[in-house]
Design a protein around this ligand. Structure first.
Ligand SMILES: C[S@@+](CC[C@H](N)C(=O)[O-])C[C@H]1O[C@@H](n2cnc3c(N)ncnc32)[C@H](O)[C@@H]1O
Length: 445
């Protein structure tokens, strides 16, 4: 968010000195007014004509940092179009990363980004984006408080002047747009932060990120130094042993998992279509299983997670009328035997939630649970093999370390190694959430 300014400034500098295509593309996508567009010449895009793909090494490296696979692109133009697609998704809300910090202001943008995050969470708490959506168009500043307070108990009304301060902060980071004397949602806020919108993940941000993950980050330094930490839970098992925490976590995770589940179905639909039984280990609310079962009519799923978690999952399955297609098993995946003869095993965000030392054993259990020809899908935060990004994957790994001290920041190379040791073959990677998570798929032959 705030770092976008940093990025743009840096990109302007880089564009002036024949920046790599990805950097120019990022700038063109994020700030078309200040940087030459991609419609310009190859030279303006920084494309080298010497490599066989037409892209220079710096561009290829940048593409990798963004988790964009450029292999197989017929031409440099196709490759740049792919990058633009990814950047279109990334821009406006995330740290593109990989741009070296130059000055104190850039450092301040990192240090103060927590204020932008808190502004976003506060806006979600008062349903600001939803209220602006309800009006259906730009709202005059003078009407903002009335719009936000409509239908809200008087004891929770938002003060008009404070609301203007919040709205100004949100506008400054691009979550709202000001036109004349009016304020409106930007398209991303409209798509992702309005309650009930198809891709709404506001509750995930509000509850899991703000209420649970945010306080964890207070403990990074003590965990790093091995000092006694005042944080409440030593690992997932203890954390999910608290019924209230488990419910808060699982309900908000549910809101965040439908999108990735649909992406998995889109990318690997042909393979999943062949599957009849899926074991979803660390499957939480069943967000993946319920989505996949609804998309693949022959698929039955079993979700394994801690007892307080699956209790919430069962409620979702019942509410969706899917209890006969998605069932639940309570237990710690590191200790509980897996049911066998499955055509697919999925571990979404489980590899980052257990110790790195547990992964080979866990993947071997997945292998043993599969019938020959079965597929194993790992979905998780992964940094690239060079360990220089993408930042959101790297930062998530840091955050996981607080409540899972043995967790490692996963790379495709490390995941490949664990999968191969377990016996999987034909391992492939694919981007799931651009700039954040990857999928890996392997086959038991
Ligand atoms: C980020 S959530 C992901 C949930 C689900 N896979 C999804 O993608 O929506 C991580 C889940 O892993 C579960 N988990 C972590 N360690 C586990 C373990 N040792 N055994 C079983 N579940 C575990 C947590 O309880 C939590 O539900």
């Amino acid at each position: 968010m705030m770092l976008r300014t940093t990025l743009l400034r840096t990109l302007q500098r880089s564009a002036a000195s024949a920046a790599p295509a990805a950097a120019a593309a990022a700038a063109a996508a994020a700030a078309p007014r200040v940087v030459p567009t991609l419609g310009g010449s190859r030279a303006a895009r920084g494309l080298s004509s010497s490599s066989s793909s037409g892209l220079d090494d710096a561009t290829l490296t940048r593409a990798k940092a963004l988790n964009v696979d450029l292999s197989g692109k017929a031409s440099a133009d196709d490759a740049v179009a792919s990058l633009l697609d990814e950047i279109e998704v990334l821009k406006g809300s995330k740290l593109l990363g990989g741009v070296p910090i130059r000055d104190a202001e850039d450092i301040s943008h990192i240090a103060f980004s927590f204020m932008a995050a808190k502004a976003l969470f506060a806006a979600l708490d008062i349903s600001l984006f939803t209220a602006l959506h309800r009006v259906g168009g730009p709202v005059e500043y003078s009407d903002l408080a009335a719009v936000v307070n409509e239908g809200v108990a008087a004891s929770e009304h938002v003060d008009e002047r404070k609301l203007v301060t919040l709205v100004t902060a949100l506008t400054s980071v691009g979550l709202l747009k000001k036109e004349g004397s009016t304020i409106a949602n930007v398209p991303a806020s409209e798509a992702f932060l309005v309650r009930g919108a198809k891709y709404d993940f506001g509750d995930y941000l509000r509850f899991q990120i703000d209420k649970q993950m945010y306080p964890f980050m207070d403990h990074v330094s003590s965990v790093l130094q091995g000092k006694p930490s005042k944080q409440r839970f030593v690992d997932y098992e203890e954390w999910m042993g608290d019924p209230e925490e488990a419910r808060l976590y699982t309900e908000s995770q549910h809101a965040g998992s439908h999108g990735p589940a649909r992406s998995l179905a889109r990318y690997k639909g042909a393979l999943l279509n062949e599957c009849t039984t899926l074991l979803d280990v660390g499957g939480g609310s069943g967000g993946f299983s319920l989505t996949l079962a609804s998309l693949f009519p022959n698929l039955k799923c079993t979700v394994m997670d801690f007892p307080n978690v699956i209790e919430v999952g069962r409620e979702y399955a019942e509410a969706d009328g899917m209890s006969d297609r998605v069932d639940f098993v309570g237990g710690n995946a590191l200790e509980t035997p897996f049911p066998t003869d499955k055509s697919a095993v999925l571990m979404s965000y489980l590899s980052s939630s257990v110790g790195g030392d547990n992964l080979e054993e866990l993947y071997t259990k997945a292998y043993d649970a599969l019938e020959p020809g079965g597929i194993f899908v790992v979905h998780d935060f992964m940094v690239n093999d060079e360990r220089d990004g993408p930042p959101l994957a790297a930062l998530w790994a840091l955050q996981h370390m607080v409540f899972t001290p043995g967790a490692i920041s996963l790379t495709p190379a490390a995941v490949t190694g664990f999968m191969q040791s377990a016996g999987f073959e034909d391992i492939e990677f694919f981007t799931m959430i651009p700039g954040m998570t990857q999928g890996a798929i392997g086959i038991k032959k």
